[in-house]
Design a protein. Structure first.
Length: 224
């Protein structure tokens, strides 16, 4: 069974007297893609080290997210518990199957931890980000059972863990890392770039948080 797309491409190949799988032609295409010029990249994120992390934190807070930095992954559960406590939220969280999150000492807190994707009834979710973009304070979420996309949008409060080493200066750099991590020719089903909590100003230009997703985005940044 062929599709209209197959028919169109087949006609083009016949008119060019090619099959489309010739090694030389494929190599030419690959080289052109590799040499594709980059667009304009904001200078703000073109720093490194501690300055890069500080730019990320400042931009995230400008976008109405909150950021808490910890020294090690062992401190993450206590940081999550403190955030929930400070906002008078129930001590319950839902996470995916991310092994980095599972290895953290949640048993040292009173948090009730559930696993799996959200069906819409969860108030608080904890995810682990693939990385972050300093130029805009954006977190980058890669979909999968480790960090289901439902946790990005359905719970009212989204807590995201990200490592300092995974912060990049710009979107192009992060996308390159996603491609490298997934392998050539493969990409996750969804890559979500999230900047601050969900918000809308459509009604009389009044800012409303939680319009289309979480009303709070809290980032726990792990050093190193």
């Amino acid at each position: 069974m062929t599709t209209a797309r197959d028919d169109i491409l087949g006609n083009i190949r016949r008119s060019l007297a090619v099959r489309g799988d010739e090694r030389t032609r494929r190599q030419i295409v690959a080289e052109r893609l590799d040499r594709a010029p980059k667009g304009v990249i904001p200078e703000r994120g073109q720093v490194s080290g501690e300055e890069l992390v500080e730019v990320f934190c400042a931009q995230a807070e400008l976008a109405l997210a909150t950021v808490h930095r910890v020294e090690s992954v062992a401190e993450v559960p206590q940081a999550v518990a403190a955030f929930l406590r400070n906002h008078n939220l129930p001590a319950t969280i839902r996470t995916g199957d991310d092994l980095r999150l599972r290895a953290m000492p949640w048993g040292e807190t009173t948090l009730e931890v559930s696993h799996g994707r959200s069906e819409g009834g969860d108030l608080n979710a904890v995810s682990h980000a693939f990385g972050g973009v300093a130029e805009s304070g954006t977190i980058v979420m890669v979909s999968g059972p480790e960090n289901p996309s439902t946790l990005n949008f359905l719970p009212d409060n989204h807590i995201v863990v990200v490592s300092e080493k995974d912060i990049a200066g710009d979107y192009e750099s992060v996308l390159g890392k996603v491609r490298a991590a997934q392998g050539k020719g493969r990409m996750p089903r969804t890559v979500n770039f999230i900047t601050g909590p969900s918000r809308s100003g459509d009604i009389e230009q009044t800012l409303l948080l939680g319009a289309h997703g979480p009303r709070r985005l809290h980032i726990v940044m792990v050093k190193g």
